[in-house]
Design a protein around this ligand. Structure first.
Ligand code: AMP
Length: 194
């Protein structure tokens, strides 16, 4: 099973993707987490990455596409995976679709978490106090929102028209458990009433 999660920063995408992957016993591929791991290397590349990430900007498509291609080839992804934070741009979308087609794979479900911007800012501010993520400061959140709106949202039209029955919009302003319940119903193809 291949599941893609979309959602603006602070929508709970990481939490939901992780819970879903655990239940389905498939890997949770968060490009944000993979990149944050790379920062620990403290080499020239990681210094560049840190600057981009701390400012709320996106890391280059080439780097992301290489990360994903290498990760998807590993044996643990052969039974499926959950994508969280990728694809985020048109070039990444094209790369992913090509990769999946050339490996005879298809997307099973797309979960699009939607949530009001005001709620997001409030949520991320409290998260930044707990996790101390530099990119969770208010001015940076705005940049991340702009990137989401300008770079990622334009991808939805393609996914909605290509996967009309498997593209699901979920209200992200609900309890974690309720959202996860709804996602699992979708994944298991049970009746789902939003
Ligand atoms: P996230 O944890 O998904 O919010 O990602 C944190 C940061 O990592 C983003 O603000 C970007 O700087 C970078 N990042 C994560 N995924 C991608 C991606 N698919 N393309 C470009 N940059 C990314």
């Amino acid at each position: 099973m291949i599941i893609i999660f979309f959602g603006p920063p602070g929508a709970g995408k990481g939490t939901q993707a992780s819970l879903t992957a655990k239940t389905l016993k498939i890997p949770h591929l968060s490009t944000g987490d993979i990149l944050r791991d790379k920062l620990l290397d403290q080499d020239t590349l990681s210094i560049k990455l840190k600057k981009l990430m701390d400012s709320g900007n996106l890391v280059s498509d080439d780097i992301l596409n290489e990360i994903i291609a290498n990760r998807l080839k590993l044996p643990d992804c052969q039974g499926g995976f959950v994508l969280d934070g990728y694809p985020r741009t048109m070039s990444q979308k094209i790369f992913l679709i090509d990769f999946l087609e050339s490996h005879d794979l298809s997307i099973s479900k797309i979960i699009d978490l939607v949530i009001d911007e005001k709620i997001i800012i409030h949520r991320i501010k409290s998260r930044s106090n707990i996790e101390n993520r530099l990119d969770d400061r208010e001015e940076i959140i705005k940049t991340r929102m702009v990137k989401y709106i300008e770079e990622t949202k334009p991808l939805f039209k393609y996914f909605r028209s290509k996967y009309p029955n498997d593209y699901h919009i979920i209200d992200g302003d609900q309890d974690i458990e309720k959202i996860q319940d709804d996602i699992l119903k979708i994944v298991k193809n049970e009746d789902f009433q939003p």
